[in-house]
Design a protein around this ligand. Structure first.
Ligand code: R5P
Length: 295
């Protein structure tokens, strides 16, 4: 039976103490709904404010890319070290165990292949299915300056509107067509368009000159793609510079899963992203873990 006395007898009302208010740690997200913030808070670590996303969605237009021939063999061992998984719904359902508690950023565009015009994408996932998959965020690509620029921007607008209805954030990927220049002017334009249209965070490439301007002019967080496989020290240096110049993390694929020692590499990347480890020390960490794992 309920204890009726306790209704009036409570004494710890904290009279005079203002209610606790914890500022939200994700750039540009302070005015979003609770569900939206909660999902972004699963993506961006509340202590560092940053994220290590593991991207393995390449097959949606490239087929079985090197390192992704068997995602169960190459990616599952990396899952414990990633903050977030970025993949397609096909791989999520068929390979990733539903017991995994890692937040998922779902690739929601498709419709082209590497043999044709890359910018010719459509939205490839209905929001209902994203909800069924319990994702932390949804994502599509915009191709500024490419033949299907307008369609790709329309995809982004639709995805943001669909996600907003259910407090699911959208990450906009700034795709670069084969012929496009990868410079500050381009990424200033592309990332800002994405944010102005309502993307909750944006994935860009790192550029040597002017990246700080890109992160500064973008009112929401920027995470960087890794791009083509580089020597480990170069990839760690790129991540280090990006973080130093305002990136809120990485969404890295090939430089992790194509590394000689992917489990060591993802931990070295995480040390750079979350602990500001400098690239040489991160490489030492990589070598140490690699040697341990080879024993
Ligand atoms: C491109 O196909 C995907 O969006 C990848 O997720 C993205 O390019 C990041 O992967 P990577 O680090 O291999 O460039």
């Amino acid at each position: 039976m309920a204890d009726k006395d306790d209704i009036t007898e409570g004494k710890d009302f904290g009279i005079g103490i203002p209610q606790a208010h914890t500022p939200f740690h994700v750039k540009g997200a302070h005015a979003l709904d609770w569900g939206m913030q909660n999902r972004l808070g699963r993506i961006f670590n509340p202590e560092s404010g940053r994220t290590v996303m593991l991207a393995f969605d390449h097959g949606y237009f490239q087929g079985p890319a090197t390192g992704l021939e068997r995602i169960d063999l190459s990616i599952l061992p990396l899952v414990p070290y990633a903050d977030v998984l970025m993949c397609t719904r096909g791989v999520l359902r068929s390979v990733i165990p539903p017991s995994s508690t890692k937040p998922v950023v779902l690739r929601c565009s498709g419709g082209q292949s590497i043999l044709k015009e890359l910018s010719n994408e459509t939205i490839a996932v209905n929001i209902d299915d994203a909800i069924r998959l319990n994702v932390a965020a949804i994502t599509t690509q915009i191709y500024i300056g490419a033949p299907y620029e307008h369609d790709s921007i329309k995809n982004l607008i639709k995805l943001i509107d669909d996600g907003n209805r259910y407090s699911i954030p959208t990450m906009a990927v700034t795709g670069v067509g084969a012929e496009m220049a990868r410079d500050a002017r381009y990424f200033l334009l592309a990332t800002r368009i994405a944010a102005e249209l309502g993307a909750h965070y944006v994935k860009s490439y790192y550029i040597e000159d002017g990246f700080e301007k890109v992160t500064s002019a973008c009112p929401v967080p920027i995470v960087i793609a890794g791009g083509k496989k580089l020597p480990e020290l170069d990839a760690l240096t790129m991540a280090y510079r990006a973080i130093n110049e305002g990136a809120a993390g990485v969404d890295m694929g090939r430089n992790i899963f194509q590394s000689d020692a992917p489990v060591a590499m993802i931990q070295a990347v995480a040390a750079v992203v979350h602990n500001d480890e400098d690239p040489k020390r991160a490489l030492e960490l990589y070598e140490t873990i690699k040697a341990e794992d080879n024993k």
